[in-house]
Design a protein around this ligand. Structure first.
Ligand SMILES: Cc1cc2nc3c(=O)[nH]c(=O)nc-3n(C[C@H](O)[C@H](O)[C@H](O)COP(=O)(O)OP(=O)(O)OC[C@H]3O[C@@H](n4cnc5c(N)ncnc54)[C@H](O)[C@@H]3O)c2cc1C
Length: 457
């Protein structure tokens, strides 16, 4: 029996940075490609918002100096960088007291400070010892994967101050509580970005620069490079049916698409929603079930002026009771108003996703008043994005692994299932969780399908 003719060589699901970068590499290699996207826009976990007449990023926004693919994309499209403002003192709100500090580590009691230094060095050593592409092969992988970060901190950190600071760092990097993630996953994630310090730093770290006009616009430029005619927006993928010769994708609206190879550039948690024929291989299905997304609501608050700068403050703050923490100066360059940007993360995000919007906004402003004083009580504008409520993300920043997931299921994360390949920041070896990781995963998945197409008639 003749099988149905192919519509394209490669079908990609997901028009985030991973799917778009896959499609770009495939089309540049002379293969036909179609990108299927559920949302009515490209960019996925990046998204533009509007605040006080300027564009702000409601999702991903920063770029670090090691994010070479993202920096190259911006340079290609002449999108300028704006350094993250960090001149002046930062604030820490700890045990009911707000204190200024400079440098990376906040003002804590001496014993806690010494312990933070010791614990950070130990964590950096443990992360550096892992193989980035196969952390599950480490000799102590099973032991590290048997505990959560909270369990490990309980066993190895004595001072309250050091435990608090590590919890603040985990929430900031993972938008999850230390009790939610495995110690092995935590270390592997750090390993993919060169350690904990680069992940929590502004200068020299993952928060060093933003893009003038926002990061989201780069997904639009990438989509232009792919070619708008190759994108099908507002078209959810529902089912993946494979046979000996190809893959048929069942799409929302009753349509279908037949391809020689498929790249699914979606977070694993969303792969679990797709029907598979044949069913997903057991370990892939297990991974999809286990890799839950983080919990984050991002909020930007505008003021008539960046009043904190006049008081010698950087606009950067962390708090042990939040709920709004961490906070950064989010003021775009060249405007007269000021912006404080920050996050409700982990448990706080879950508490406030179910709160009425006015209560959530008040909790954000109340935190800012506690940290920055009475002028913070009078914002001129406010915008937020609740990523837990986004159907096509299901949470953010990224998929996370609880104990026994990385050792039990991690090894299949980049393993194709028949003619279906996997991309997305969760599958990246370099900078997993970040846009840089999404771009890297797209390069890798494109190389896989192009190789496979070359070796089949
Ligand atoms: C609040 C926030 C702050 C962040 N901050 C930063 C930062 O400062 N710097 C940084 O580098 N990263 C940051 N990130 C993370 C970064 O945004 C992500 O790592 C990156 O965008 C992931 O890209 P991706 O292509 O892998 O996945 P996604 O962007 O999630 O793309 C997947 C796409 O698949 C689509 N899709 C889902 N299901 C289906 C389906 N069934 N059919 C068709 N399409 C489907 C989705 O709509 C989406 O467009 C942040 C994220 C958030 C939310």
């Amino acid at each position: 029996m003749m099988s149905r003719p192919y519509d394209v060589d490669v079908a990609v699901a997901g028009a985030g940075f991973a799917g778009l970068n896959t499609a770009l590499a495939v089309s540049r290699a002379g293969r036909s490609v179609t990108v299927i996207e559920a949302r009515d826009r490209v960019g996925g976990r990046t998204k533009p918002g509007h605040l006080a007449g300027s564009v702000v990023d409601l999702g991903g926004q920063w770029v670090g100096p090691d994010h070479r693919r993202l920096l190259a994309l911006a340079a290609r499209h002449r999108v300028a960088l704006e350094p993250q403002f960090d001149a002046g003192a930062k604030l820490i709100d700890y045990q009911g007291q707000v204190r200024p500090y400079t440098g990376l580590i906040p003002a804590l009691p001496v014993l806690a400070l010494l312990e933070v230094d010791r614990v950070m060095k130990r964590i950096e050593r443990m992360a550096a010892a892992l193989a980035a592409s196969a952390p599950w092969n480490a000799p102590d992988a099973a032991a590290l994967d048997a505990v959560t970060v909270a369990g490990w901190l309980d066993a190895h950190v004595r001072t309250k101050g050091a435990r608090m600071l590590m919890a603040v760092a985990v929430r900031a990097v993972f938008s999850a509580e230390p009790a939610e993630i495995s110690m092995l996953f935590f270390l592997a994630y750090l390993r993919a970005s060169g350690g904990l310090e680069p992940l929590v730093s502004v200068r020299g770290g993952a928060q060093q620069d933003r893009f003038r006009g926002g990061l989201h616009q780069l997904s639009e430029r990438l989509a232009d490079e792919v070619g708008r005619g190759r994108l099908r927006l507002s078209t959810p993928l529902l089912a993946v049916e494979q046979d000996m010769d190809g893959v048929t994708l069942r799409l929302g609206g009753g349509d279908s698409l037949r391809a020689r190879r498929v790249v699914l550039a979606l977070p694993p948690a969303l792969l679990g929603r797709l029907a598979g024929q044949p069913a997903w291989p057991a370990l892939r299905a297990g991974l999809n079930q286990r890799m839950a997304m983080g919990s984050v609501i991002k909020c930007h608050v505008a003021y008539a002026t960046p009043f904190w700068r006049a008081r010698g403050l950087a606009g950067e703050a962390v708090s042990d009771r939040g709920p709004f923490s961490p906070i950064f100066d989010g003021t775009p360059e060249g405007v007269s108003h000021g912006v404080l940007s920050g996050f409700l993360e982990g448990e706080a995000a879950r508490r406030f996703t179910v709160a009425p919007p006015a209560i959530r906004r008040q909790a954000v402003v109340d935190t800012l008043v506690r940290l920055f004083g009475p002028p913070a009580a009078s914002p001129i504008d406010y915008v937020e994005n609740d990523w837990l409520a986004e159907e096509w993300s299901g949470g953010c920043y990224a998929g996370l692994m609880a104990p026994a997931t990385m050792t039990g299921f991690g090894p299949v994360i980049r393993q194709p299932a028949g003619l279906v390949h996997f991309a997305g920041t969760e599958t990246a070896i370099d900078a997993t969780g970040y846009v840089e990781g999404a771009l890297e995963s797209g390069e890798r998945a494109a190389a896989e399908v192009l190789d496979a197409l070359r070796s089949t008639p």
